[in-house]
Write a protein that binds this ligand. Structure first.
Ligand code: 4NP
Length: 155
């Protein structure tokens, strides 16, 4: 059965669009549906931040066609796994859950990584090197997620 993964941050213009692009690049998208959303609605309909577009481009991905949307409680029904970039995002998502099953779908992205970090820091107010660091944190977690999903293909 086709699996579905939702990447979530606050604005859905910096971290989660990168996570969407990176995971899509690592899986067979005919087997896995990947999307992203923000818990806030500040940038609905906008393209990703130019700094996220630039770092994705540096590593061979075009995320410029993505458009920001807000996380909605119906996402609990639409997705198998929901990955939050930081604890604040995690709490914002879980606050909208209505069942234990909803809550069981939500994880911090870096729970899937060997990184010593537990959160993908918000790079919005920082410099470009923040986006480079964020890229690598997300990339290592997505490699693990992709490997897990591959084991599940066809089930
Ligand atoms: P993101 O970063 O959650 O990684 O997309 C942010 C983008 C925008 C804002 C905050 C964080 N903002 O306050 O507009």
């Amino acid at each position: 059965m086709k699996k579905s993964v939702l990447m979530v941050c606050l604005g859905n213009i910096c971290r989660s669009p990168l996570a969407e692009g990176i995971l899509k690049n690592k899986v067979d998208t005919s087997n896995v549906f990947v999307d992203s959303a923000g818990t806030a609605g500040y940038h609905i309909g906008n393209a990703p931040d130019p700094r996220s577009i630039a770092v994705a481009k540096k590593y061979g991905m075009d995320i410029s066609q993505q458009r920001c949307r807000k996380f909605t409680p119906s996402d609990f029904d639409s997705f198998d796994m929901i990955y939050a970039m930081d604890e604040s995002n995690y709490n914002n998502i879980v606050r909208l859950a209505t069942t234990a099953d909803d809550i069981s779908k939500v994880k911090l992205l870096l729970e899937e990584s060997d990184s010593a970090e537990t959160e993908v820091p918000d790079p919005y107010y920082g410099e470009h090197d923040g986006f480079e660091m964020v890229y690598h944190l997300i990339d290592s977690a997505c490699a693990k997620i992709a490997a897990k999903l591959e084991i599940n293909y066809g089930r």
